[in-house]
Design a binder for this molecule. Structure first.
Ligand SMILES: Cc1ncc(COP(=O)(O)O)c(C=O)c1O
Length: 368
């Protein structure tokens, strides 16, 4: 801290800090903090990419119980003393799974497995052998996932989960197609790349960011291959007492009426402020899309949505214009597992714009 009181050092530090990324800056500030406040500084400054300090137990217990079944299934086929077994076989697997559940009744995880199995059979008329075989191969991890976009029954379950958690149980008509990704951060990279590769965004295009925002959304548009012209829409509203309400001014949202703005990136609920987008802001965005800028592409990162009771994502309110990035990292305390999905409604402006690309562009896409 003494360092900070020396003016020339501060000037030097200022110059150097301007050159590093926000994540590096956060680490540098933590390093500089006095020992006594280091722990607190870590908590405060690490708000950029918070790692939960808890885990959700039940989902893990079911996961590990399924693992036990998976190993039994493999050993049933072949069991060599060297530690090599066969791969799960579909025929009769559902019956063996039901017997396994009975045998392990009362054990950790068994009940959730049983309820999920019954749910898939009753609500989605899943084929029992196909379902249990998919689960078993997934937990054992012996196959490249097919389809590689996302597994059949996994998609159905996660669709229901997102309808409940991101759409407050009232999803729009139609369904969301899901793309499994190795975490939300990878999801973001895929979104930026796909928009560019499919000629929906071009180097130098105008895009908007609702700020403050998770730092990769600031850094990625600055990369030379994108170099977007960025409009920041600040969360700078104040209440009557002059306190922050962390919402956006309607007059700022209305700037998106200009069709030069191709895309809008938002984290909702926001990070770091942790506020969900107000109804007034959602209504303003709906008006922008409905009456002024119908092809606006909205990318909403809703990884904190599950922490807000009754949360409703823009994917629910503006489904045709919105790509949602959802990650299991936060709610399940599972940052190490790298589990996320990108959701896109089956009827969407992205596909429509691709369909309207010039023939040359479309034939370039068809070649891939
Ligand atoms: C808004 C936001 N999106 C995504 C992530 C990262 O998610 P993942 O662990 O799935 O990469 C974070 C992590 O802090 C975040 O704050």
């Amino acid at each position: 801290m003494e360092y900070l009181s020396n003016k020339s050092s501060v000037a030097r530090m200022d110059k150097n800090l301007g050159k590093i990324s926000p994540f590096e800056l956060k680490n540098r500030l933590i390093e500089m903090a006095d020992e006594s406040v280091k722990k607190m500084a870590h908590v405060m400054l690490n708000a950029g990419r918070g790692n939960p300090n808890w885990i959700a137990t039940e989902a893990r217990e079911a996961f590990f119980a399924l693992g036990g079944f998976g190993i039994e299934e493999c050993r049933r086929v072949m069991d060599m003393p060297e530690g090599i077994a066969g791969i799960p076989q579909k025929t009769g697997i559902a019956q063996r799974f039901e017997e396994y559940l009975k045998k392990h009744e009362g054990n950790a995880g068994t009940d959730l497995l049983k309820r999920t199995y019954n749910y898939m059979l009753m609500e989605h008329a899943a084929d029992p052998d196909e379902l249990v075989h998919e689960w078993t191969e997934s937990i054992v991890g012996d196959q490249y996932p097919m389809p590689d976009r996302i597994l059949k029954y996994t998609e159905i379950l996660v669709q229901d989960y997102l309808n409940q958690e991101m759409c407050n149980g009232q999803p729009p008509q139609g369904k969301f197609d899901l793309f499994a990704t190795e975490g939300g951060t990878a999801g973001m990279c895929y979104v930026f790349d796909s928009l560019e590769e499919n000629f929906l965004l071009h180097k130098g295009d105008s895009v908007a960011l609702m700020v403050p925002i998770f730092t990769p959304y600031i850094e990625i548009p600055e990369l030379t291959r994108y170099d977007y012209d960025v409009l920041n829409i600040p969360a700078n509203t104040l209440n009557e007492e002059g306190l922050h309400t962390w919402q956006y001014k309607v007059e700022d949202i209305n700037k998106l009426r200009d069709t030069k703005y191709k895309a809008l990136f938002i984290v909702n609920p926001s990070n770091p402020p942790s506020y969900q987008l107000s109804k007034e802001c959602v209504d303003a965005l709906k008006d922008v899309v409905t009456r002024w800028n119908p092809n606006l592409m909205i990318i909403t990162d809703d990884v904190y949505g599950t922490f807000v009771p009754g949360f409703r994502s823009l994917m629910a309110d503006l489904p045709q214009n919105t790509i949602c990035v959802y990650s299991f990292s936060k709610y399940f305390g599972a940052t190490g597992w790298r589990l996320a999905v990108i959701a896109l409604h089956e009827k969407n402006v992205f596909d429509r714009m691709i369909a309207n690309l010039p023939r040359k562009r479309k034939s370039e896409l068809a070649k891939r």
